[in-house]
Write a protein that binds this ligand. Structure first.
Ligand code: NI
Ligand code: MN
Length: 226
């Protein structure tokens, strides 16, 4: 699988010849000024919750790519109200087979309202089982014991976890989360974008490597193959 980082919590996953975009927030991100959303191609857009720093460019990218938007019921309705008809709503605990693999929606401890303050349903994370490996994208979340369920029942090859603290888990709790899901390769997200979530990169990487794990902090615009 190939992963491209577009800043904050936005990644493009290429797996099974499909392109899956997570939590598009690019035009509002001062660190992602060099990314042009017109250049992004996607077959699917997965949205973890309704906050602006996760949903910001979803409508525009869905419109230009015709990608299928997958999220909770409330977010899918909101997207549809903006004129996007290719939607698929799910909720926590449910899974469905897509042509890229099996997608399961899992618990996240956070909140979820839209930029106008209206109700955005429950926040969630995503578990993807594919022929090229299993991936856990936690979304914005606190550390939660529910993560143990994921690690106990699935082999997780790669996980994306927030490490910026303040609004989500910070580095120390993300390290525990990676232990709960039994994954040694972690891509950090939700850090540096805003003042309250700026982190010390060297310190963060050291804490993971001291625990025998690898924390990957991708450059915005870069692509890695796993
Ligand atoms: Ni949030
Ligand atoms: Mn957020």
């Amino acid at each position: 699988m190939k992963i491209t980082y577009y800043g904050h919590s936005c990644f493009l996953l290429e797996v099974a010849s499909k392109r899956i975009l997570f939590d598009p927030f690019i035009t509002g991100n001062p660190l992602a000024v060099n990314i042009k959303i017109q250049s992004i191609k996607a077959d699917y857009i997965l949205i973890s919750h309704g906050h602006g720093d996760h949903i910001g460019d979803a409508v525009e990218i869905a419109r230009q790519t015709n990608a299928l938007v997958i999220s909770n019921y409330e977010i899918c309705n909101w997207i549809q109200d903006k004129g996007i008809n290719q939607i698929h709503s799910m909720n926590i605990g449910g899974h469905k087979l897509f042509d890229f693999g099996k997608l399961k929606c899992v618990n996240a401890i956070h909140s979820s309202s839209f930029p106008d303050g209206s109700y955005g349903g429950n926040p969630m994370g995503f578990l993807l089982e594919t022929t090229e490996g299993n991936l856990y994208y936690s979304g914005d979340t606190a550390l939660t014991y529910d993560m143990k369920l994921i690690g106990d029942y699935k082999r997780i090859d790669l996980c994306m976890l927030p490490i910026g603290n303040n609004f989500t888990m910070g580095i120390d709790n993300a390290l525990i989360a990676s232990e709960f899901v039994k994954c040694d390769r972690i891509i950090g997200m939700h850090y540096d974008t805003f003042e309250p979530i700026k982190i010390d990169h060297a310190e963060a990487k050291d804490k993971f490597s001291n625990a025998g794990k690898e924390l990957i902090l991708m450059n915005i615009g870069s692509t890695m193959t796993f």
